[in-house]
Every structure is written in structure tokens, then in C-alpha cells.
Design a binder for this molecule. Structure first.
Ligand SMILES: *Cc1c(COP(=O)(O)O)cnc(C)c1O
Length: 401
């Protein structure tokens, strides 16, 4: 019996007092029928918005045929999705998971197995960057190395050397005889919407080549069209060895993927890794439907167009409220408003009550990850709410806790 009168759910989240009942496109609706403009997509997941007909049909059709068989059998829709992803990326192989954290786990194991099978058993360490986020498994929090994630969960798995964000000299200095890979988010999400410059990405590729290391990009948040290319690394014109993916790849169905070159994946032979649910027919049907939409001509151009529009409008907002907005940053439809004197954890619930869903991120950033299907009208609507909020905060003070 629950001894907690409020909730029997483990209280690891400070939830906002809103429960949505349904969603349609860019809009969410609560039980009273109040409409909210979704500029957050459930943490960058609902890339095609809510109740997209292609996804709804794919899931419904598959639900009536077959849900789950395990990876002990052939899954034709999975074969098809893997081949399509390989076709449009650097990858030769795809491993399907249920979440981002599992994609990271697969990447870490793949790196270790690669060097192990090459006879370099000692090369198990990864250089990672501060304020990163790589999921909530023990390895994931160790890789991110942020105290707010790790505190109280020690001992952490060994094997991660965290260097300051974007610091190439520190990366080089951290490489030792036991280093096997560099793993970074191409664009940091939770850390506060911080893109690594393309020159830095290219330099990381070079460092990996010079030292025989594998280059792993965590694109769980910034991949799948979010930056206006299918994957953010494409902006740098380089080829990674491993890329982790999740969030947008399922458009709301829980799934993820670990993409790899044949070389990087060479240690992952039959029996070395697995998952019960990963890549099941329901997930694969939806994953293929997401890709159907995303690969349509013009889809990514639309993301780029909406991105410049949104960034431009946010820049204008900054000029109207220079005392409150220190910076507008981001790339594609992954944007942040940095408000040094406003606590995003308190400002965001206020925005939500005004009908605009956003979320806090590191470095005092109000983060927006709208569905990639948004239109200029949605941007107008969001700006109207933001402008009103900042005007109120300017005259009455920002929300305090
Ligand atoms: C969300 C996220 C993860 C973890 O994904 P889960 O599905 O929550 O396990 C890992 N890395 C990045 C960059 C993320 O944004």
C-alpha cells in the first residue's frame, strides 16, 4: 500500500502541475481543453509533432499484425530500417535499442571490444567533455562526469576522462596509452545548447586518426533532422566511427540506435551484445514511417528555413530585453535563450502556464526543441507569448521560487 498520499511514482522528477490529454501537430491539450504550443517535443522526441497521421497509421497497422518476436528471429522491417539508415549515413551497421542510454552503452562496449579484438586490451578509456549528458546508466553518468548526476552513486565505472568543453589541448593532454575513443555530443543539449564548432569536430577526427582512436558522436538529441541535416556531424563534412541516436528516431515511440562503421563494429560478433525489446516490429514500423517523412524532399530545408526565422526572431527579442536576455544560441531547431538573472526552472513553468512548452537547460538557458514541422505561424504565436512574458517579468520581476 502506498504511504504517500500524493503519488506512488518514485519522486525523481519535479513535475509541473499540468497533465496533457491529447496532442495534435504543434499543439497539446489538457483536460480542460486548454491549448499549449509545444516548443519542446517531449525533450526533442516528437520531431513530427503529435498524432502525425503517417506514424499513427504505421503503429495501428503494425499493432494489428505483430508486436514482438525477439531478436532470435528475422525482423524484416528492422532489416529495412537498418539498410535505409546505413544508406543515408556513414554507417555500415545499426544496432536498435529502446533508449538513448542503451545506445550509449552499446557504443562504449563497441569501443572496448574493438580494441580488445585488435589486441589492445588496455585501450578501454574514453575522453569526454564537461557538461555533457550521455544518459542515466552508471557508465553514462560516469562519461558525463557532472557531479549533479553522479553524487551519491559512487563507485562509478572506470574509464572516462572528462576535459573542459571544446578544449582541444585538454583533449590531447588527456590521451594516454589506455585511451580508446573520444565521445562528445556534436551539439550539447542538456548542458545548455552548445554546438561544438565544425573546426573542433574536424580537429577531433584528426586527433582520433593520429592516435588510432574511435570517434563517437552522441547525436541522441541533435540527430534526426534537429539541426537541419539528418545528423549534426554532416555540417563538418567528416566521418565518425560510431553515432548514437534516439529521441527523434521514433517520433514518440521509445527507440534508439547505435550506428557504426564495419571497422568500428568488427568486435560485435554473434552473442556479444543483445536486447530483448530493441528493434521490435512495433518500433521498426514507426521508425520506418519517421524516416519516410524525414527523407521527403524539402523536409530538412524546411528545418533550416524555420531555424533562421526562429533564431532571427529570438535575436530581435533579445534586443527588446537586453537586460534579461544575454544570448540566443543554438543551431537548427535546437535553441536556447540565456537569462543570467532569471532561473529557467522557475521561468519555464510560467511560460507553460501562458501556453508555451519549453524546458530549462544548463547555464541558465531556456531551451526550445520544437517539432521539426513547425510553421511561421507557430513561430509568431510563440514569440507573442515570449514577448508578453518578458514584458511582464521586466515590469513585475521574473518568477521566483
Ligand atoms: C536524452 C539523451 C541521452 C539519454 O537518452 P535516454 O533515452 O533518456 O536514455 C543521452 N545523450 C543525449 C545527448 C541525450 O540528449
Amino acid at each position: 500500500m502506498s504511504s504517500n498520499p500524493e503519488s506512488a511514482m518514485l519522486p525523481t522528477y519535479r513535475r509541473m502541475p499540468v497533465a496533457f490529454e491529447r496532442g495534435e501537430g504543434m499543439r497539446l491539450f489538457d483536460g480542460d481543453g486548454k491549448s499549449y504550443l509545444d516548443f519542446y517535443s517531449g525533450i526533442g522526441v516528437m520531431c513530427l509533432g503529435h498524432s502525425h497521421p503517417t506514424l499513427v497509421n504505421a503503429l495501428k497497422n503494425q499493432a494489428e499484425k505483430l508486436w514482438h518476436v525477439s531478436n532470435l528471429y528475422q525482423i524484416p522491417e528492422g532489416e529495412r530500417l537498418a539498410a535505409r539508415l546505413a544508406d543515408v549515413t556513414f554507417a555500415d551497421y545499426v544496432f536498435f535499442t529502446n533508449s538513448g542510454a542503451e545506445s550509449i552503452e552499446c557504443a562504449i562496449k563497441m569501443v572496448r571490444k574493438y580494441h580488445n579484438d585488435k589486441g589492445d586490451k588496455g585501450k578501454y578509456r574514453m575522453v569526454t567533455m564537461a557538461s555533457a549528458f550521455h544518459g542515466r546508466t552508471l557508465a553514462g553518468i560516469a562519461a558525463a562526469g557532472q557531479e549533479k548526476l553522479t553524487k551519491g552513486f559512487e563507485p562509478l565505472p572506470d574509464g572516462f576522462d572528462v576535459v573542459p568543453f571544446g578544449d582541444l589541448d585538454a583533449v590531447k593532454a588527456a590521451i594516454g596509452p589506455n585511451t580508446g575513443a573520444i565521445m562528445v555530443e556534436t551539439v550539447q543539449g542538456e548542458g545548455g545548447i552548445r554546438p561544438l564548432p565544425v573546426e573542433t569536430l574536424r580537429a577531433l577526427r584528426q586527433i582520433c586518426d593520429d592516435h588510432g582512436l574511435l570517434l563517437v558522436f552522441d547525436e541522441i538529441q541533435c540527430g534526426m533532422g534537429r539541426t537541419g541535416k539528418l545528423f549534426a556531424y554532416e555540417w563538418a563534412d567528416i566521418t565518425p566511427d560510431i553515432v548514437t541516436c534516439a529521441k527523434g528516431i521514433g517520433g514518440g515511440f521509445p527507440m534508439g540506435a547505435c550506428l557504426a562503421t564495419k571497422e568500428a563494429a568488427s568486435g560485435m560478433t554473434a552473442g556479444t551484445h543483445g536486447t530483448t525489446y530493441g528493434g521490435n516490429p512495433l518500433a521498426m514500423a514507426v521508425g520506418n514511417a519517421v524516416l519516410d517523412e524525414m527523407l521527403k524532399p524539402g523536409f530538412l530545408d524546411h528545418v533550416q528555413e524555420m531555424s533562421s526565422l526562429l533564431l532571427g526572431r529570438l535575436g530581435a527579442l533579445q534586443q527588446r530585453y537586453p537586460d534579461m536576455i544575454a544570448e540566443v544560441r543554438g543551431t537548427g531547431l535546437m535553441v536556447g535563450i540565456r537569462t543570467p538573472d532569471i532561473e529557467p526552472r522557475l521561468a519555464v513553468p510560467d511560460l507553460v502556464s501562458r501556453g508555451l512548452c519549453a524546458a530549462p537547460a544548463g547555464e541558465n538557458v531556456i531551451r526550445m526543441l520544437p517539432p521539426l514541422i513547425l510553421t511561421e505561424t507557430d513561430i509568431d504565436d510563440a514569440m507573442e507569448i515570449l514577448d508578453k512574458a518578458f514584458a511582464d517579468w521586466q515590469s513585475n520581476g521574473a518568477p521566483t521560487g
